[in-house]
Design a protein around this ligand. Structure first.
Ligand SMILES: *Cc1c(COP(=O)(O)O)cnc(C)c1O
Length: 361
C-alpha cells in the first residue's frame, strides 16, 4: 500500500517525479558525460526554469553541490574572513552557526527559545560581522522569518553579505534577489525529489569576496567546490566534480511543472493548505501550535504540540497510510511535524485533517 509522506524531508515525491525519472532512464542520463553538450543543455534548462520560478536575476549564479549543509560550509569558507553572525531559532540554524565555529571563525549568534521567531526590529547585528546568516524556515521548530524582515535586515546592513537558508521552504518564499546576496536549498524538501543535490544561488559580491580571501596566505577557502571554481565551471554550464546529473535533470523538470502552474498559484495553494492545518491545530483538543506568534509560523512545516505521545499519534495516522514526522530532537515525543510542500494536494491535507480529528475525539 502506498503511503503519503507528510515528512519534512525526505518528503513526498512530486506527482510527476516517476514519469520524469522514467524519461531520465530512457535517455540513459546515468551514463552521459558531464563534459558533454547534453549535460550542458540539462544544466542550462534547470537554471532557466529556476530563474523563472524564483525570480533569480542574471547577477546570480546557480551552482550545484552535494547537499545544503555542504553550502553552509561553502558560505562560511568563501565569504567570511573573520566574523559571521547567525540568527539561531532551532537546530538547523544552530548547526549553521556551529559550522562557522568549527571553521574557526568568530561566529556571533542571537538566539531565540525553541518555537520563537525573529522580527527585523529586534535583530542586533555585530559591527564587524561580514555575513548575516538567516534561516527562512527553521525545519526543527516550524518557525519562519518573513521575507520583508529579511530584506530590511539586509537594507539596513548593506555593506554586509546576507545568506538565506531556504532549504525547507523554497520555492515558497518570495525573496528579492536584488537584495539577497546568497540563498540555498536542497531538493528533498519542497521540490519533492530524492536527496543528493544542493542548490546554491550566489551573486558576484560573494564571488569577489571569495577571490579576495583566496589571495590571503593564512586563510583557506577550502579545496572542494570553492566558489571561484564552481563559478568558472557554471559559466560553461558544467561542474568541477561529477555531479548528480539525474538530480539536476529532475529538478529542472519539476521546476518546469511548477512554472506551468505558476509560482503565484503554487504559493496560494501552500497558503490555503496551511490555513486548514493551522486552523485545525488551533482549535484541536489534543494539539496546540508550537509557535505562539502566528506571523512566525512556518507555512511549509507545521509543528504542533501533542498531549498524546507523538508515537501514538503517528501510529494512528499510519493506519490510514499517511506518514507525519515526530518532533525534532528533544521534542520527539511531545510534538509532531507536518510538511506542507507542493507535492501534497489540498485533498490529501483534508484527508489528513479528518484522521487528526478522529484522534481528537
Ligand atoms: C534539511 C535542512 C538542511 C540540510 O539539508 P541537507 O540537504 O540535508 O544537507 C539545512 N537547513 C534546513 C533549514 C533544513 O531543513
Amino acid at each position: 500500500m502506498k503511503q503519503v509522506y507528510f515528512t519534512a524531508g525526505p518528503a513526498e515525491m512530486y506527482p510527476t517525479f516517476e514519469k520524469h525519472l522514467q524519461d531520465a532512464v530512457a535517455q540513459q542520463l546515468g551514463s552521459i558525460s558531464h563534459r558533454s553538450q547534453k549535460f550542458r543543455d540539462i544544466y542550462r534548462f534547470t537554471v532557466e526554469q529556476l530563474r523563472t520560478l524564483m525570480n533569480i536575476h542574471e547577477s546570480h549564479a546557480i551552482l550545484f553541490t552535494g547537499s545544503a549543509s555542504e553550502i553552509w560550509e561553502r558560505v562560511v569558507l568563501n565569504c567570511v574572513e573573520h566574523e559571521s553572525f547567525h540568527l539561531v531559532n532551532g537546530s538547523f540554524s544552530k548547526k549553521f552557526f556551529e559550522y562557522a565555529v568549527s571553521l574557526k571563525k568568530y561566529a556571533h549568534k542571537q538566539e531565540k527559545l525553541f518555537g520563537e521567531g525573529f522580527d527585523y526590529a529586534e535583530v542586533e547585528v555585530p559591527e564587524y560581522a561580514e555575513v548575516i546568516c538567516v534561516t527562512h524556515n527553521e525545519t526543527s521548530s516550524g518557525v519562519q522569518m518573513r521575507e520583508p524582515d529579511i530584506h530590511k535586515l539586509k537594507r539596513s546592513n548593506s555593506k554586509k553579505i546576507i545568506a538565506v537558508d531556504m532549504v525547507s521552504s523554497a520555492p515558497y518564499p518570495d525573496l528579492d534577489f536584488s537584495v539577497v546576496d546568497t540563498a540555498f536549498f536542497s531538493v528533498q524538501k519542497a521540490f519533492g525529489l530524492p536527496a543528493g543535490l544542493g542548490v546554491w544561488i550566489v551573486n558576484e559580491r560573494c564571488l569577489a569576496k571569495a577571490e579576495k580571501l583566496q589571495k590571503h596566505e593564512d586563510l583557506t577557502i577550502g579545496g572542494h567546490n570553492t566558489l571561484p571554481m564552481l563559478w568558472k565551471n557554471f559559466k560553461n554550464f558544467e561542474t568541477p566534480a561529477t555531479p548528480n546529473v539525474i538530480g539536476i535533470y529532475l529538478l529542472g523538470k519539476i521546476a518546469e511543472d511548477l512554472n506551468n502552474i505558476g509560482v503565484d498559484t503554487v504559493r496560494k495553494q501552500t497558503e490555503e493548505k496551511y490555513k486548514l492545518l493551522n486552523k485545525f491545530v488551533e482549535t484541536s483538543q489534543n494539539f496546540t501550535p508550537s509557535v505562539v506568534e502566528e506571523r512566525h509560523r512556518s507555512r511549509t512545516v507545521i509543528v504542533a504540540n501533542t498531549k498524546l505521545p507523538s508515537g501514538e499519534v503517528i501510529a494512528e495516522i499510519k493506519k490510514s497510510n499517511m506518514i507525519v514526522g515526530s518532533g525534532y530532537g528533544p521534542y520527539k515525543d511531545t510534538q509532531i511535524r507536518i510538511a506542507n510542500f507542493p507535492a501534497v494536494s489540498l485533498e490529501q491535507v483534508e484527508t489528513l485533517i479528518q484522521v487528526l480529528k478522529k484522534i481528537d475525539d
